[in-house]
Design a protein around this ligand. Structure first.
Ligand code: UDP
Length: 329
């Protein structure tokens, strides 16, 4: 029996692979390496380079490796890019997920874990935001993920199949043992960008808007450590295997930090100053989004271990430093 991880050569996927291996699972990774890296995949996992919508390939993998569960990370993840390329996002995130789900159902895969996003909520009227809040995505990225959640819901209602959709808040940090981390080229995420500015990969960084209706005028997010996040996936897998059924749950800590607070944390951890420039708002950004985090703890027995902004930043910065050294060699 094994677990198929799509997008397992990417940032969160490569952490998931380690989480599964650490729990003694057999792991097959399917990744087309468009943004991921083969070297990010743990040696003890089987890497297959290919597309999730290649139904013949996926069917072979499921049968040859006796796959009982799929953890689906493959997809496109940049909100502003989705605004300029909606059809690309609906293809990668919605249409291809549909193919994968169809193959899973046809081959009798019982369990499916889906990487969803807080972007399905758009700009909620208040926070923290609970799972039953109306879904009002404000970007094609958020809509593309919401549509996949709905397909899973409808399939679980009629097929011998259950799913867990985990709605990620702002995932950051790296494996504390630095076995993997965020290596994506052209990264746009705040903590990664700030760490790249510390290591000198960037000469400066921008703050996208200081005129929001928040205490310091910058957007507020709930940053979650990637190792805690993948642990929630493992617990979700155990829960489904034990017959717990389908679940939709937020993955965040319930703590909100502004862009300026995050930048200050990076400066404090790095013990250095760097060039930060205020610029205009970025399209598609919600003003504030913080998780109501109880369901994940209650349903999965999730106990976060790295619920602390400085710890997240410390691990992110250590990884960035390792990456900078690696890339110079
Ligand atoms: N942000 C910023 N400068 C950057 C990257 C991000 O000011 O170089 C802001 C962004 O506008 C948003 C917050 O940081 O308000 C979090 O953005 P990120 O891209 O990390 O995650 P998102 O919430 O968009 O998924």
């Amino acid at each position: 029996m094994s677990v198929l991880v799509t997008g397992g050569a990417g940032y969160i996927g490569s952490h998931m692979v380690w989480e599964l291996l650490d729990h003694g699972e057999d792991v097959v990774v399917l990744d087309r390496l468009s943004t991921g890296f083969d070297w990010a995949v743990a040696e003890n996992a089987t890497l297959v380079v290919g597309d999730i919508a290649d139904e013949a390939l996926v069917e072979d993998l499921i049968r040859n490796h006796d796959v009982d569960a799929i953890v689906h990370f493959a997809g496109s993840i940049i909100v502003p890019e989705s605004v300029s390329d909606p059809l690309g996002y609906y293809l990668n995130n919605t249409v291809k997920s549909r193919s994968l789900i169809e193959t899973a159902v046809r081959c009798g895969v019982r369990h499916f874990i889906f990487s969803s996003t807080a972007a399905v909520y758009g700009s909620p009227d208040s926070f923290p935001v609970g799972e039953d809040t109306e879904l009002r995505p404000e970007s094609p990225y958020g809509t593309s993920k919401m549509m996949t959640e709905l397909m899973l819901r409808d399939c679980a209602a009629v097929h011998a199949f259950d799913y867990t959709a985990l709605r990620y808040f702002n995932v950051s940090g790296a494996d504390p043992d630095l076995r993997t981390g965020q290596s994506t080229k052209g990264a746009t995420h705040l903590i990664k960008v700030a760490c790249e500015t510390v290591t000198g990969k960037r000469g400066h960084m921008d703050v996208f808007g200081t005129d929001y209706d928040t205490p310091d005028g910058t957007c507020i997010r709930d940053y979650i450590h990637v190792s805690d996040l993948v642990n929630a996936h493992y617990l979700a897998l155990e829960r489904m295997r034990a017959g717990g059924g389908s679940l939709v749950a937020n993955c965040g800590y319930g703590n909100g930090y502004s862009v300026l607070e995050v930048i200050d944390a990076v400066k404090a951890v790095a013990q250095t100053d760097f060039d930060v420039r205020v610029t205009g708002r970025r399209p598609g950004d919600a003003v504030a989004i913080v998780a109501e985090a109880e369901r994940c703890r209650r349903e999965l027995g999730w106990k976060p271990r790295y619920d602390d902004l400085k710890t997240i930043v410390t691990h992110a910065l250590k990884w960035e430093t390792k990456l900078a050294t690696r890339n110079r060699q």
